[in-house]
Ligand binder design. Structure first.
Ligand code: XIL
Length: 405
């Protein structure tokens, strides 16, 4: 028990230390990087008790072996969403390459970026990211082939079953074959279909489980199976995922809807390899809780599928990016990342952006009703100077087989 800090912490964190458990960190600080290490000072002293799994492949904290210095060195498949412009910044590129082993283009592979006009494909910015991954020995998740959002106006306005089917087929075939042929073995997985479950499903009785889109309107619910089949026929080696938000836990109409759709695909022999949970979440252990998430992973694993966390961020809007918020964020990252990697079905975990200023959540800021709050989401694991936040330690500990209690 680190009584010195636990004692001092009580008033500051409203008893959170007691809630989480407080024990000495097993990691020898002298073995860690010092250049980029700059979480708020007191948090460095706070640690949690761990459920240590000694059977994990990675070096257990406290062992004599040299500890990994970066997330990437822990040898788990850990990803980050990047953008092509960001990679032009040497500090950004260095941190990405040191810390992560998988990239997701944040916007560059979306339909509006890659096929802005019918049949006119522009791979320039997507290729920048895939080439960076290739040069650094990383994998890429292709995001995303079929999605209702970030579609060019011409695609959104397309009508007629044949026209939509032809456009979808050409798009998937052209994108998947481009990366298959130009970067063999690099784009190993695709979010074939993104967010197809109706956001209102469950809340509004009678609402369709399928979200309205040009695809569902013109092709019917079979568009999902069709898209997976086309992607599989184009690159049989690629892993094919259904990706969504709000389906991370067991309960609720949307989770049930997604599970029913995916189970149906599996039963029908559709070539689907797994499910991506976006995991845009907050600092409390809910939405979903770690135990709920574990149970949900298991029911997909029981179908023979892989699972991934594809877009994790932990917004601090509700609590503020203060010492308590940053510590809860560390706890939350640890619990969720551990839940995934504790399952043999978990392929990878990805965060949705490198540094806090890079986060897509900044575009809306923190709102309460119509009021913009004077706090920041600060949802990621590196700060604006590429320094490691407490959340970085949450992931690191999880990758080292240490799940906080
Ligand atoms: C977001 C990007 O981060 C933003 O830059 C863009 O303006 C909108 O899309 N779910 C997804 C991602 O599947 O593609 C979204 O990315 C975030 C929510």
């Amino acid at each position: 028990m680190n009584s010195r800090f636990c004692d001092g912490l009580g008033a500051l964190t409203l008893g959170i230390s007691a809630l989480l458990g407080c024990s000495d960190r097993d990691i020898d600080p002298s073995q860690t990087e010092t250049d980029a290490l700059q979480p708020v000072e007191p948090t460095e002293l706070l640690s949690y008790s761990c459920r240590q799994d000694e059977t994990k492949e990675s070096t257990p904290p406290g062992s004599a072996a040299k500890l990994p210095k970066t997330l990437r060195e822990t040898n788990r498949l850990l990803g980050v969403a990047v953008n092509a412009a960001g990679l032009e910044d040497p500090a950004y590129a260095k941190t990405v390459a040191e810390q992560y082993s998988q990239l997701t283009p944040e916007n560059e592979m979306k339909w509006d970026a890659i096929e802005p006009e019918p049949g006119v494909f522009d791979f320039t910015r997507a290729d920048t990211i895939v080439a960076f991954a290739q040069a650094n020995g990383m994998k890429v998740r292709g995001h995303t082939l079929v999605w209702h959002s970030q579609l060019p106006a011409w695609m959104e306005a397309l009508t007629g079953t044949d026209a939509v089917r032809a456009a979808m087929t050409q798009h998937i075939q052209t994108v998947v074959s481009h990366f298959r042929d130009n970067f063999p073995g690099v784009v190993v997985a695709y979010d074939v279909v993104n967010e197809a479950v109706n956001i209102a499903q469950g809340a509004m009785p009678g609402a369709s489980v399928y979200r309205d889109s040009v695809f569902s309107r013109e092709l019917g619910e079979g568009f999902i199976a069709e898209a997976f089949q086309i992607a599989h026929d184009t690159d049989p080696d690629a892993l094919l995922f259904y990706n969504d938000f709000g389906i991370e836990g067991m309960n609720g109409g949307k989770s049930t809807g997604a599970f029913n759709i995916v189970s149906g695909l599996v039963a029908a022999g559709v070539p689907i390899d797994g499910v991506g949970f976006q995991m845009h979440t907050g600092p409390t252990d809910q939405g979903p809780g770690a135990a709920d998430f574990r149970a949900n992973i298991q029911r997909y694993a029981d179908l023979g599928l892989q699972v991934e966390i594809t877009e994790m961020d932990v917004s601090l809007c509700s609590i503020g990016a203060n010492v308590l918020g940053l510590e809860l964020q560390r706890y939350r990252y640890n619990r969720i990342v551990s839940a995934c990697f504790d399952s043999p079905a978990c392929r990878s975990v990805s965060v949705w952006g490198l540094t806090d200023p890079n986060s897509w959540l900044n575009s809306n800021g923190c709102m309460q009703g119509m009021i913009v709050l004077d706090t920041q989401p600060a949802p990621l694991v590196f700060n604006e100077t590429f320094g490691r936040k407490p959340a970085w330690w949450g992931i690191y500990d999880g990758l080292m087989g240490c799940s906080y209690q």
